[in-house]
Ligand binder design. Structure first.
Ligand SMILES: [Zn+2]
Length: 215
């Protein structure tokens, strides 16, 4: 059983809030969902996007996977969970914003970096994080060029950019970008400090979006 009672108690609190204090929201949600934002974030237990952004049920359509990665557009009849969620969010829900949310201390990126030493992690994880192989190469090159941040930090940020680049290979997504009805965002959450960074394409760097409380 482990600590499963902890989750049952948590569900009871959620139930009281939504079906006791906030019945109007529950009635609205029962009619369907119309979130205007898709977030693609890591499966990491410390980086729950709805908790981090203070969202209510119905606010966020979300995809979570190891290292918040988006594969490139590959209409090859294989099973594509991320691409299916993306298609649903963009073509049916017609979201206006897509946030790729990465974070510090990402185990998936650590696996990707260790694969550079010839070690493939697990039966599925290594193949999955290999989507960001280009991010690893770019991060290694930037550290060699004297960038002061750690290799893992740079690689975590580069992997966000890989996902943003791959998003743009989906033709129906690209169409909405060109029409101006969709915007992409790259966010990086630093667990140690609580800071949130955002990618600024014009300056090709991550800049502080929300600083730590002590700053
Ligand atoms: Zn992660």
């Amino acid at each position: 059983m482990g600590n499963i009672q902890y989750f049952i108690d948590g569900f009871k609190r959620f139930q009281r809030q939504l079906y006791g204090d906030n019945e109007r929201l529950a009635a609205k949600l029962a009619k369907g969902q119309s979130p205007k934002t898709l977030v693609i974030s890591c499966s990491d237990s410390r980086v729950d996007p709805a908790l981090l952004t203070g969202c209510a049920p119905g606010d966020l359509f979300s995809v979570r996977n190891i290292a918040n990665l988006v594969p490139p557009y590959e209409p090859d009849n294989a099973y594509h969970g991320v691409s299916a969620a993306l298609e649903y969010a963009v073509c049916y829900l017609q979201v206006n914003d897509i946030i790729v949310l990465g974070h510090s201390g990402c185990g998936g990126i650590e696996g990707l970096l260790s694969a550079a030493d010839g070690e493939m992690v697990g039966e599925f994880v290594g193949r999955w994080v290999d989507i960001a192989a280009v991010a690893r190469e770019r991060a290694i090159a930037r550290v060699a060029a004297g960038h002061e941040d750690s290799l893992s930090c740079i690689c975590e940020q580069e992997a966000i950019l890989t996902s943003l680049t791959n998003l743009q290979t989906f033709p129906w997504l690209q169409q909405r970008l060109q029409k101006g009805t969709l915007a992409l965002h790259g966010w990086y959450f630093v667990i140690e400090t609580g800071q949130l960074f955002s990618y600024q394409a014009s300056r090709d760097c991550f800049e502080i979006l929300v600083d730590s409380l002590s700053s």
